[in-house]
Write a protein that binds this ligand. Structure first.
Ligand SMILES: O=C(O)CCC(=O)C(=O)O
Ligand SMILES: [Fe+2]
Length: 532
C-alpha cells in the first residue's frame, strides 16, 4: 500500500514543491513566451507571487500559502502539466547556447511569417538566430544549471497527485458546501485567492468525483463547467458526460448513499445533495441533546496522580457516552518538533485495515514511533499514563498496554472517513465472547481507548467528528482528545465511531496512542450497571 513519492496525501513535500516552482519561475523570462506551457506557467505563477505578498506577507512557505488547497492544486498542476514542456525547451536552449545559428537559408523569411510561434518544434531547433534565441548572457546558463540541480533534489508530482488534488477540491466543496462558483473563483474558507479554476479544471474535478462514485459532486461540477465554457464543442462534450453521470446516479439511486441527491436527476436536475450528520459536525455544528450537555464540566486537577500534583492538567469533559475528554497543553512545542522530525523519515501513505475500502477514504501519511526513538517519547508516554490512569507501556505482542505512537500528516483536503478504532468489537455480531479466531490476532486485546494529540493548529476544517455521539472537536495545538471505544462491560461502543474531517486550510498533524484492553483490566473495572 505504501506509495513512495506520492505527494498530495501529506504535507511533508509541499515546501520542496513550492521552492522548485519558484526556481522554475526564474527561468521563464528566458524562454520563448509563445510556447503555450511557458505562458500558462508564467500566468499561474504570477498569481502565486501576488498572493504570497498579499496573504503570506512575502513568505512563500507560510501556511496561508502552502496550506491553501487552491494554491497547492495550482502548483501541482504547473509541475505536472507545464513543467515537462519547459524542461524540454531548456534542453534546446542549453544546446543552442554554444552553437546558436540559423541552419536553413529561409529562416529569416519564415520568422517574419510567425513560424517561430506556429511551428516551434522545427523552428526552435533550426532557426534559433531568427527566432531570437541567440546571444543570451552567461546568466541564463547559470539559471538553467541551478534549475537542473534543484530538480535532482525534488520529488516531482505525478498525474496521480494532480488527480488526488482535484479530488480533494471536490471533497472540500461537498463537505463544506462551498458554492462551486465561489471555489472556482478562488475563494475558500473566507479567503480570496487569485486562483481561478478553468473549465478543464472543473471537468477534471468532476471526472475524479465520477471515478470515486460520487455522482452528485460530478454532476454539479460538469454542470458548472457547461455553463462556464463558451466553446460549442466543449459544451457538446460536457453534455455527453452529464448524460452519463445522470444515468449512473439514477441507476445507483436505490442504494441510497446519503451524499447523493434526494431525487433522481432525471426527475429534477437542480437540487441540493443530501446533507449528513457527519458533514454537519465537520462544519462545526453541535448535535448533542441539551440534557447530554448540561452536566459536562471543565476541570483543573492532578487526576489522582503524584506526577501531576505540581502541574495539574486542564481539561474539558466533552461527552458521557462515549466517555470523552479534551486535555489541554499536554505536549509542548519543542516536543511536537521532535515528534514531527522523527516521523518525517518514516512517513508513508496510510493504510486501510480493510482492503475492500477505497483508498481515498483515508488521505494521509503515517509513521510509527516507538518510545526508544527519543527520550521525549518515553516522557510523553508516562504523561499519558498519569493523566488517563491507564497502563500505556509498549511490550511484546501479548503483553502490550499501549501501541507505539502513530504520527499522521494529512495532505491536500486530507481526511479519514468515519470509522471505529477497535479491531473487532464494533459490531454486535462480533462481541468478544464470539470472536474466536479474530481474538487470537490481538493477544493484547482490542483497542480500549484512543489518545490523540493535535500536533498543529488547523486554520479551517480538520475537526474530529463523532456522527453517532453528535460532537466534533476542533484541533488545538498541544491538546489531546481522549475517548473510550469499549464500554466498562467489555462491549464495543458503536457511538465511538469518528472521522478526521477534510482539511480546508492549513496543515494537520496528529499522533495517536492506542491503549489496549487486557493489561488494563484492573485499571478500568466494570461498573455496577451491566449496560454501562
Ligand atoms: O485525524 C483525526 O481527527 C482522526 C484520526 C483518526 O481517527 C485515526 O487516525 O484513527
Ligand atoms: Fe480513528
Amino acid at each position: 500500500y505504501a506509495i513512495p513519492g506520492e505527494l498530495y496525501s501529506s504535507m511533508i513535500h509541499v515546501a520542496d514543491l513550492f521552492q522548485f516552482d519558484a526556481k522554475i519561475a526564474e527561468v521563464l523570462p528566458y524562454l520563448p513566451s509563445y510556447i503555450p506551457e511557458v505562458k500558462e506557467y508564467d500566468r499561474s505563477h504570477a498569481c502565486l507571487f501576488k498572493d504570497t505578498n498579499r496573504l503570506g506577507e512575502g513568505d512563500l512557505l507560510s501556511t496561508s500559502i502552502t496550506g491553501n488547497p487552491l494554491h497547492l492544486y495550482s502548483v501541482i498542476k504547473r509541475l505536472v502539466l507545464y513543467w515537462p514542456a519547459i524542461s524540454r525547451s531548456m534542453i534546446v536552449i542549453n544546446n543552442t547556447e554554444y552553437n546558436c545559428d540559423d541552419k536553413h537559408p529561409n529562416c529569416e523569411w519564415w520568422s517574419q511569417w510567425s513560424e517561430c510561434e506556429k511551428n516551434p518544434t522545427f523552428m526552435l531547433v533550426n532557426c534559433q538566430l531568427s527566432c531570437g534565441l541567440c546571444g543570451r548572457t552567461g546568466n541564463l546558463l547559470d539559471t538553467l544549471a541551478s534549475v537542473r540541480q534543484f530538480e535532482m533534489m525534488t520529488v516531482l508530482p505525478s498525474l496521480r497527485d494532480l488527480r488526488g488534488a482535484a479530488l480533494a477540491l471536490a471533497r472540500l466543496q461537498q463537505m463544506y458546501r462551498i458554492p462551486i462558483p465561489a471555489l472556482a473563483g478562488g475563494r475558500i474558507a473566507n479567503i480570496s485567492t487569485c486562483v481561478r479554476l478553468s473549465t478543464y479544471d472543473c471537468i477534471r474535478i468532476a471526472n475524479e468525483s465520477y471515478f470515486e462514485g460520487d455522482y452528485a459532486s460530478a454532476w454539479q461540477w460538469y454542470n458548472y463547467a457547461f455553463g462556464a465554457t463558451l466553446d460549442p464543442d466543449g459544451k457538446g462534450h460536457i453534455r455527453d458526460l452529464m448524460y452519463l453521470v445522470k444515468k449512473q446516479h439514477d441507476e445507483t439511486y436505490q442504494q441510497f448513499i446519503p451524499q447523493y441527491f434526494p431525487r433522481k436527476l432525471s426527475e429534477m436536475e437542480q437540487q441540493t445533495p443530501w446533507d449528513t450528520k457527519y458533514s454537519q459536525l465537520c462544519r462545526g455544528f453541535k448535535l448533542m441533546k441539551p440534557e447530554e450537555e448540561s452536566n459536562l464540566k471543565c476541570h483543573i486537577s492532578p487526576r489522582g496522580s503524584p506526577y501531576l500534583i505540581l502541574q495539574p492538567v486542564k481539561y474539558e469533559h466533552l461527552h458521557f457516552d462515549p466517555e470523552m475528554y479534551l486535555f489541554y497543553d499536554v505536549v509542548s512545542s519543542p516536543e511536537i518538533l521532535i515528534i514531527q522530525n522523527a516521523a518525517k523519515q518514516y512517513l508513508l501513505r496510510s493504510k486501510m485495515l480493510s482492503p475492500k475500502v477505497p483508498e481515498e477514504w483515508r488521505v494521509s501519511h503515517t509513521a510509527w514511533l516507538n518510545n526508544k526513538t527519543h527520550s521525549s517519547l518515553q516522557n510523553i508516554a508516562t504523561r499519558i499514563a498519569a493523566i488517563t490512569g491507564l497502563h500505556v507501556f509498549e511490550g511484546s505482542q501479548d503483553y502490550m498496554a499501549g501501541e507505539t505512537l502513530q504520527v499522521l500528516s494529512y495532505g491536500i483536503g486530507g481526511h479519514y472517513r468515519y470509522h471505529h478504532d477497535v479491531f473487532y468489537k464494533c459490531h454486535p455480531e462480533n462481541q468478544w465472547y464470539e470472536v474466536g479466531k479474530q481474538y487470537d490476532h490481538y493477544p493484547s486485546g482490542d483497542r480500549l481507548a484512543t489518545w490523540m494529540f493535535y500536533l498543529s493548529h488547523v486554520e479551517a476544517g480538520g475537526r474530529t467528528a463523532f456522527p453517532q455521539a453528535g460532537i466534533s472537536v476542533a484541533p488545538v495545538k498541544g491538546a489531546a482528545v481522549f475517548w473510550y471505544s469499549i464500554k466498562k462491560n467489555g462491549y464495543g461502543n458503536q457511538r465511538s465511531e469518528h472521522g478526521g474531517c477534510p482539511v480546508m486550510l492549513g496543515h494537520k498533524w496528529v499522533a495517536n496512542k492506542w491503549i489496549r484492553e487486557n493489561i488494563n483490566f484492573l485499571r478500568r473495572p466494570c461498573a455496577l450497571q451491566p449496560e454501562e
